[in-house]
Write a protein of this length. Structure first.
Length: 480
């Protein structure tokens, strides 16, 4: 199973294994979302403290993703995948055991590390599947990494209502153990001739910068109550990321190939991912929060956590449909144009939410439109980046894109919180604040569509992966 392309029967087994693992790590990492209130009640902590069960998973995932991406580009990719899954299983066990709250946070951080595996699944698909099959599989993995939250949300909410928070986290333990057992016989070794060295110092600097960025995005109260402290931390984050970029440009073994990221297609795709991701997560946050707002606020539907989770079903279903359709559409439309069209679809979801949300059916339609737009956007994104990326750098390039996505999602969540906070009444934001947030989202997706349109107009020729791999060392020698 170490060959460049697997036999048809082996490939048939590999595809469901890769998609299942990607689905599990996405669903488990999002377990904190529907369980925040239950965690606060079970562990007798504040809601702000319970919120960290979600935040810490996002933070650890953003920090681990580029490191795993670099390890996944080397000869020990299979061992990296299995070791990471083992860490997730151990973390899942910590969330189930009757231990103090601090151990729950450690377990959630371990579960968040799994977010870095999605890019490695793409690297395996690109190395070991025929070109057409690998493109469709990579697109599907990208979509599944998005809709995984929608799959896990209602089920874990139901388990929490029936058996408590431990039962919901127990479901996560079952899934992660199944993912590990699936990966053991199915994940092939990386092709021969690969090498990857992790720049430990660079990884630590990047981890510090990303931690501060995501921390500042998630802690809205820090900006309102301790503005000076927030500004100091923001400056420190910028300095750390600048130091990391400079060190990566000088390093012989960079954690992320910054020179490749400067390629117009890759840079444009990452900008679109950052801006578009913030808009997509903003609308997801607005709809779910609006649906759970009690009638006493003068709007909203007062849905329980479980029923609110069911609102995500159209998002997941239509996102999956879009992901399956995108490879076929790609034969007619190039990937940058698909990104632009997908951004327009998400923007129309914002328009629907701004104009019509008086009944639950309208929210479901808006959520479905969002899911379709996010699904097609996610499926098209790898095509833009991988068209100019050698096979050996697949995991690393997509890992960086997922870090950008995580930061964009955090920014979208922060934007939603800040806009709604400006319209807060006694207990809940007034309804006009939701309309304002939707208008911000429309502008965000317009910028995303324009960025993708520029990409489509200046579409670069696809690289020859073999020639590109051979040229990487020479480019680095010339740069030194």
């Amino acid at each position: 199973m170490t060959g460049r392309t697997l036999e048809r029967s082996e490939a048939r087994l590999l595809v469901p294994a890769l998609t299942f693992i990607a689905l599990v790590v996405a669903a488990v990492a999002s377990l904190g979302t529907p369980l925040i209130t239950s965690v606060a009640t079970t562990f007798h902590v504040s809601l702000d403290s319970a919120q960290w069960t979600l935040t810490v998973a996002l933070l650890s995932g953003a920090v681990a993703t580029p490191v795993l991406g670099r390890l996944g580009a080397g000869p020990h990719r299979r061992a990296t995948i299995l070791a990471t899954l083992a860490i997730i299983v151990a973390g899942s066990a910590l969330t189930v055991l009757p231990l103090p709250f601090a151990w729950l946070l450690i377990g959630r951080a371990a579960q968040g590390v799994g977010l870095g595996l999605t890019a490695l699944m793409m690297g395996v698909a690109r190395d070991h599947l025929p070109e057409e099959r690998s493109a469709a599989t990579i697109a599907l993995i990208s979509v599944i990494s998005i809709i995984g939250a929608g799959v896990g949300y209602p089920l874990t909410a139901l388990l929490a209502e029936i058996g408590g928070v431990r039962a919901a986290y127990g479901f996560g333990l079952f899934l992660t153990a199944a993912a590990f057992l699936t990966a053991w016989p199915s994940i092939p070794a990386a092709p021969e001739g690969r090498s990857a060295h992790v720049n430990v110092a660079g990884a630590l600097v990047l981890a510090g910068g990303l931690f501060l960025v995501l921390f500042l995005a998630s802690q809205r109260s820090l900006w309102s109550r301790h503005l000076a402290t927030a500004m100091i931390l923001a400056i420190a984050a910028v300095l750390l990321l600048c130091v990391w970029t400079a060190s990566e440009l000088r390093s012989k073994t960079p954690l992320v190939d910054v020179r490749a990221i400067r390629h117009p297609a890759v840079a444009g795709a990452n900008i679109a991912m950052f801006v578009g991701g913030s808009g997509m997560y903003l609308l997801l946050t607005l709809i779910t929060r609006y649906a759970q707002t009690p009638h006493s606020a003068g709007y909203g539907f007062g849905l329980t956590t479980f029923v609110a989770g069911l609102v995500l079903v159209p998002f997941s279903v239509l996102g999956f449909v879009a992901g399956k359709l995108t490879p076929r559409v790609r034969t007619l439309i190039d990937a940058p144009s698909l990104l632009a069209g997908s951004a327009v679809v998400v923007g129309s979801g914002f328009v629907l939410f701004a104009a019509a949300r008086s009944n639950l059916a309208e929210l479901l339609v808006a959520m479905g439109v969002l899911g379709f737009g996010v699904g097609s956007f996610s499926a098209a994104m790898p095509g833009v980046i991988l068209a100019v990326t050698p096979k050996s750098e697949t995991s690393s390039a997509m890992s960086f894109n997922y870090v950008v996505r995580s930061v964009g999602y955090s920014l979208g969540s922060a934007i939603g919180g800040l806009v709604l906070a400006t319209g807060t009444g006694h207990l809940f934001p007034n309804e006009h604040a939701y309309t304002t947030a939707a208008l911000v989202g429309i502008a965000t997706m317009a910028v995303t569509a324009m960025t993708a349109t520029v990409l489509a107009r200046h579409r670069p020729p696809e690289i020859n992966p073999t020639a590109a791999m051979a040229s990487v060392p020479s480019r680095r020698r010339s740069s030194r």
